[in-house]
Structures are given as C-alpha cells and as structure tokens.
Design a protein around this ligand. Structure first.
Ligand SMILES: *Cc1c(COP(=O)(O)O)cnc(C)c1O
Length: 230
C-alpha cells in the first residue's frame, strides 16, 4: 500500500501505456474483440481515483466491502462504476448489496450464491455477478473447481433469480512460467465459451502482470491495479 498521490501527468502516462497495450493485444485477437478496463484501486489513494476519472476512466474495482463502501461515500459526486473483485465473506453480503455495485466478480461457490439470493430477495434487489473459477487449482485461491464450473453456473442461474450471472472471472496461475499461466486462462476461457448459451458475455481475466496474455486467451475484461500507480 503506497501513500502516494500521483500527479495527473504521471497517471495519464501510466493509463495511456496500459490502454495502448490493451489496444495492441485486443487487435491481435480481432478488431471486434472489445476489452473493458477495470482499474483496481485497492492499493491507491482515493485522490488518484478522482484523477483517473478526470482522465476518462469510469470503472473501478475493490476487493474489500469496507473499503468499497468508504470509497463510494468519498467519491459519491462522481458517476463511477464499482466492481467488487475480492473474496466475499457471508457476513458482508448485506453491506455489499446495500452498495449496489455494478458487478460482483467474485461469486465463488453455490453456497455463497444461495445466501446472496436470500438476502437479495429480502431486500427486493437484483445484482449482476460473475462466477469465479479457480482455474489453476490453487489452494490459496477462491473460486469453483473448473470441472464443476459449468454445473454450478447453471445451478445458480436456475436457483437464484435475483442474481444476473454475466460470465466468469479468474486470477491467472501464480507462477513464473507463462505457459502455465496461459493454460489457466485457456481453461477459464473454454468454460466461458461453453456458457455462451447460458448468457455469459463477460470473461474477466488479467491483472498488471498478465493482462496482455489474458486478452490473447480471450479475456474481455481486465482488472489492472499496480501498473497504473507506479
Ligand atoms: C489486486 C487485484 C487485481 C489487480 O492486481 P494488479 O496486479 O495490481 O494489477 C486484480 N484482480 C483481483 C481479484 C485483485 O485482487
């Protein structure tokens, strides 16, 4: 965590560099492959979020409900789009629902979805979400097992009418070997493709260290943090 308010020119340079690389990577896939950038603000000062908004960035992600809430409060004057991207504890579900995030990217079990459905029904609200897949089968990571992902996705779609499932999310394998990282992205992308008929439109993969690779594997939403705030 840096205590660093970056000046506008610095943030402009960082943002431009990331956007150019996204652009190059997506055009290598196809001119029709559009990629959305969600800026992950968890490491940075709230002032930098406001500056990024001035530079044209609208979608921001946080991995903790509490921090999401304080930032939504502090920046309530700006028409920002907020994404919850972190592991969600059951006792935070009500707080999260009250914040009406644009997208909860981290539904990581059927159990969590069912619990969320109950709370959504009680409040008469709906929520858009992604199913998180642990495509590298890493113990340290949240997400459903790739072998069960399609089933769980369909079960959530059937049993949770208040949750609008829009696709899948993965964190790339946490290793140096690019081939293994690529495999993990391909695993998630294959599941995404198999869920197209179930309404999946978002394949969220790629962070600062691997977003170009993720795009080449079919990601259409990248979550970039540290590359913007150095
Ligand atoms: C922190 C985080 C990111 C961004 O990570 P960087 O490597 O800083 O770009 C993306 N996705 C999730 C789920 C995160 O927790």
């Amino acid at each position: 965590m840096s205590n660093n308010i970056l000046d506008k020119e610095r943030l402009r340079d960082n943002l431009d560099a990331v956007i150019s690389k996204i652009e190059e990577a997506r055009l290598r896939v196809s001119g029709h492959h559009i990629v959305k950038l969600v800026t992950v603000a968890k490491y940075t000062e709230v002032a930098n979020i406001a500056t990024l908004y001035e530079l044209g960035q609208r979608a921001f992600g946080e991995n903790q409900v509490q921090q999401l809430r304080s930032r939504i409060d502090e920046l309530s004057d700006l028409p920002l789009e907020w994404h919850m991207i972190g592991t969600l504890q059951k006792n935070k579900i009500n707080n999260l629902i009250d914040l009406s995030p644009s997208l909860v990217q981290s539904i990581d079990s059927l159990e969590l979805a069912l619990e969320m459905e109950k709370k959504l029904q009680a409040k008469g609200k709906k929520l858009s979400a992604l199913l998180q897949i642990n495509s590298a089968n890493e113990e340290s990571k949240s997400g459903v097992n790739p072998d069960e992902a399609k089933d769980i996705y369909q079960q959530i779609t059937e049993s949770c009418p208040s949750i609008r499932l829009k696709g899948v999310m993965s964190i790339g394998a946490h290793v140096e070997d690019r081939e293994i990282i690529q495999k993990s992205f391909e695993t998630t992308h294959n599941i995404f493709e198999s869920l197209r008929n179930d309404g999946a439109t978002i394949c969220s993969m790629g962070m600062s260290g691997d977003y170009e690779l993720a795009i080449s594997c079919g990601s259409n939403l990248v979550r970039v943090g540290s590359a913007l705030f150095r």
